[in-house]
Design a protein around this ligand. Structure first.
Ligand code: ADP
Length: 585
C-alpha cells in the first residue's frame, strides 16, 4: 500500500469497526443475559410452593386428563407474573410423555428441549443457554391422578427485537462514525503527512545534489524536530561535500602538475587514473596504459596482497629514459587497486655516471704526470753523479713541465668546481669586446708565429658587452690556443668579430686537423679530447672548452663549434650587446 493517507483511513475504519463490533456483541449479550435471568427470576417467583400446591390439587382432582390440562392452563395463564402473552411467551400443558394436551396457542406439539426432557424425568427443567433461540421452563406436576408437565416457552421475541434495534442503532452509529473517521483522517493526514511529504521532497532534492532549499519548520513536535535535524544534516552534508570537492580539486591539480608520474589501476589491471607526467614518461597513450606493463616488476596479485606501508619497487627502461617505479596497493570500500608512482631517474643516473667518469678522469690525469715525475726523479737519484749534466737538466725540465701540467689541471679543476658550486666571483663591467679580441690576438701572435701560422684579425666594429673582461679574454685565448695547437705548422688562423641583432660574435677559424662529427657533441665534456696524445703533448688539459662554456653561461652567451675532419674548424662565441648600444656611444 503506497499512500500513508490511505493507511490512516483504513486503520481508523478498522478501529471504529472493531469498537462497534465489540459494542454490539457486549450489548446484545448483556441484554440477552438480562432477559434470561429476569425470565427465570420471574418463574421462580411465580412457581411458589403455594402455586405448585394449587397446580397439584387440580391435577389430583381432575375428572379426566384433558379437563385437568385445561384447568392447569387456565390457572397458569391467570398468573400475571408469568407474563404469558400468547405471542412471545406461551404455556403448554403436556402429559408425562411429552404430548401437548393444552396450550395458550394452537400448537399441538413442542420440541423436546433439555428442560422438557428433565421434567419428563420428574425434575424441574429451568436452564437456558445464552445462545439458545428460546427460554423455557418445564415443571412436572405430581399430585396423584394424572401426571402433567407445565411447560412455559418464550421464543425470545422481545429480546431479539431489542437486540436487532441495538444492532441497527450501532450500525447507524458505525456509518456516521466511519464518515467522521474518514473526515478526521484526512484532517490528521493533512497535519501529519504534509510535513512528511515536504521532508520527502527535501530528501529528493538533496539526493539530486540540490542543497539550496531549506525546509520550513512549521511545528515544534517530533516532525518539526525531524525537519530541523534534516536541515542540519543537509548543511553538514553540503559542507562535507564542498570540502571533499576542494580536496579532490587540490589533488587533481597536484597530480596534473607534479613531475613524478602517478597511475592508478583497478584490481583487474585496468587504468583508473593517470597524470600527464606518467604518460609522457612511459611514452604511452591512456588507451595503451595497462598494469601488464609493470607485471615484470611485480605481478598484480602480489602487489594487491601487500599490506600498507609495504610496497614493491623496480625500474623500467622507456625509450632513452630510465624510470624508477614504486607500486603500492590501495583499497576503497568497494574494491581495491594498485597505485604506481613513476620517478624519472635518467638525469640522476647520468649525473652519477658523469661524476664517476670525472673522478676516474681526474685520477688518471694526475697519475700520468705523477708517474713521469717519479720515474725521472728516481733515475736522477739512482744514477747520482753518473748522469751526464745535459741529460740531468733535460730530466729536470721534464719534471718541471709535468709539475706545470699538474698545476694547470688542478687550477682548471678548481675553476670548474667554483662554477659548479656557484662560488665563482665575476667582475662585471662594460667593455669593448673588439678591443679585448685585439689584445688576445696580439698576445698569441708570437706563439702562432713559432708554429709558422698566419694569424689574421679581420676588421670589425666596436662591440660593447657587459661582463668579466678577463674571463671573456680567457675564453678567446683558449679558442686561439686550440686553433694554434690543432693546426699543423704553417696553418691559416683567422679571427673575426661582428654584430648580429642584439648579439656580438667572435669567430676563430683554422685550417687544422678538424674534429670528427661523432666527437662534436662531446667536446664540452670535462677531460674529453679527440686525440689525447696530441692534446697532452701540446699541454692541453681537456678542460678548456668546459671552462669556456661555463663562463659564457654566466654571461648569457653561447659557443658553437663547426668542423670538417681534416679540413679545419670554426668556433663561434656569441654574447649579448650591453644595454646602451654596441658602439659604446
Ligand atoms: P685541450 O686542453 O685538450 O685543448 P679543450 O677543452 O680546449 O681541451 O678542447 C677539447 C678537445 O677539443 C681537444 O682536445 C681537441 O681534441 C678538440 N679541439 C678543440 N679545438 C680544436 C680545434 N680548433 N681543432 C681541432 N680540434 C679541436
Amino acid at each position: 500500500m503506497r499512500s500513508l493517507r490511505l493507511k490512516m483511513v483504513l486503520i481508523m475504519i478498522l478501529m471504529v469497526s472493531c469498537l462497534m463490533l465489540v459494542m454490539v456483541s457486549f450489548l446484545t449479550s448483556r441484554v440477552v443475559s438480562f432477559y434470561v435471568t429476569e425470565f427465570y427470576d420471574k418463574m421462580e417467583q411465580s412457581f411458589t410452593t403455594g402455586f405448585l400446591q394449587q397446580l397439584q390439587n387440580i391435577a389430583a382432582q381432575a375428572d379426566d386428563k384433558a379437563s385437568g390440562a385445561e384447568q392447569l392452563k387456565e390457572l397458569v395463564m391467570a398468573q400475571a407474573d408469568l407474563g404469558i402473552d400468547i405471542s412471545d411467551r406461551n404455556v403448554y400443558i403436556l402429559d408425562r410423555e411429552g404430548t401437548v394436551l393444552s396450550g395458550s396457542n394452537a400448537r399441538s406439539a413442542v420440541t423436546a428441549t433439555p428442560n422438557l426432557l428433565t421434567a419428563m424425568a420428574g425434575q424441574v427443567g429451568q436452564q437456558s443457554a445464552l445462545m439458545d433461540r428460546y427460554m423455557d421452563l418445564a415443571v412436572p406436576i405430581n399430585g396423584g391422578g394424572y401426571g402433567y408437565i407445565v411447560y412455559v416457552l418464550d421464543n425470545r421475541g422481545t429480546v431479539n427485537a431489542l437486540t436487532s434495534e441495538i444492532v441497527r442503532i450501532i450500525l447507524r452509529a458505525l456509518v456516521l462514525g466511519l464518515a467522521f473517521c474518514i473526515a478526521l483522517s484526512f484532517i490528521l493526514s493533512q497535519i501529519i503527512i504534509s510535513p512528511i511529504e515536504q521532508l520527502t521532497r527535501g530528501t529528493q532534492a538533496v539526493a539530486s545534489g540540490d542543497f539550496s532549499k531549506k525546509l520550513e519548520v512549521s511545528s515544534r513536535d517530533e516532525i518539526g524536530t525531524l525537519t530541523q535535524n534534516f536541515n542540519h544534516m543537509a548543511q553538514v552534508l553540503q559542507d562535507t561535500l564542498a570540502e571533499a570537492e576542494n580536496e579532490r580539486s587540490k589533488l587533481s591539480t597536484l597530480f596534473l602538475h607534479m613531475t613524478d608520474g602517478v597511475a592508478a589501476f583497478d584490481a583487474a589491471g585496468q587504468l583508473i587514473h593517470c597524470n600527464p607526467a606518467a604518460l609522457s614518461m612511459l611514452r604511452k597513450s591512456e588507451n595503451e596504459l595497462r598494469y601488464d606493463l609493470f607485471a615484470g616488476i611485480a605481478p598484480l596479485e602480489d602487489v594487491l596482497a601487500l599490506r600498507q606501508p609495504q610496497f614493491a619497487e623496480g625500474s623500467l627502461q622507456a625509450g632513452d629514459r630510465e624510470l624508477e617505479l614504486f607500486l603500492a596497493p590501495f583499497s576503497a570500500e568497494s574494491a581495491g587497486g594498485v597505485i604506481v608512482v613513476i620517478h624519472d631517474v635518467t638525469e640522476q643516473r647520468r649525473a652519477e655516471q658523469t661524476r664517476r667518469e670525472f673522478v676516474a678522469n681526474v685520477s688518471h690525469e694526475l697519475r700520468t704526470p705523477l708517474t713521469n715525475i717519479k720515474s725521472y726523479a728516481e733515475t736522477i737519484v739512482q744514477t747520482g753523479d753518473e748522469l751526464p749534466p745535459d741529460l740531468r737538466s733535460s730530466f729536470m725540465n721534464v719534471i718541471l713541465g709535468e709539475t706545470d701540467r699538474m698545476t694547470r689541471i688542478v687550477q682548471d679543476l678548481l675553476t670548474l668546481s667554483r662554477f659548479d658550486s656557484g662560488r665563482m666571483e665575476m667582475n662585471f663591467t662594460r667593455f669593448d669586446l673588439r678591443q679585448s679580441v685585439e689584445t688576445v690576438c696580439r698576445a698569441e701572435q708570437l706563439d702562432a708565429q713559432s708554429h709558422g701560422h698566419t694569424l689574421t684579425l679581420l676588421p670589425g666594429p666596436t662591440a660593447m658587452v657587459n661582463g668579466d673582461q678577463s674571463r671573456i679574454e680567457q675564453v678567446v685565448m683558449n679558442l686561439l690556443s686550440n686553433a694554434i695547437k690543432y693546426t699543423p705548422d704553417g696553418g691559416e688562423i683567422t679571427v673575426s668579430t661582428g654584430l648580429e641583432d642584439s648579439h656580438v660574435w667572435v669567430r676563430v677559424r683554422d685550417n687544422g686537423i678538424g674534429i670528427p662529427e661523432k666527437d662534436l657533441p662531446r667536446l664540452f665534456e670535462r677531460f674529453y679530447r679527440v686525440d689525447k696524445a696530441r692534446s697532452r703533448a701540446s699541454g692541453g688539459t681537456g678542460l678548456g672548452l668546459s671552462i669556456a662554456q661555463e663562463i659564457l653561461r654566466l654571461h648569457n652567451g653561447e659557443i658553437q663549434i663547426q668542423s670538417v675532419y681534416g679540413k679545419g674548424t670554426v668556433v663561434t662565441v656569441r654574447l649579448p650587446v650591453a644595454a646602451g648600444g654596441p658602439d659604446g656611444e
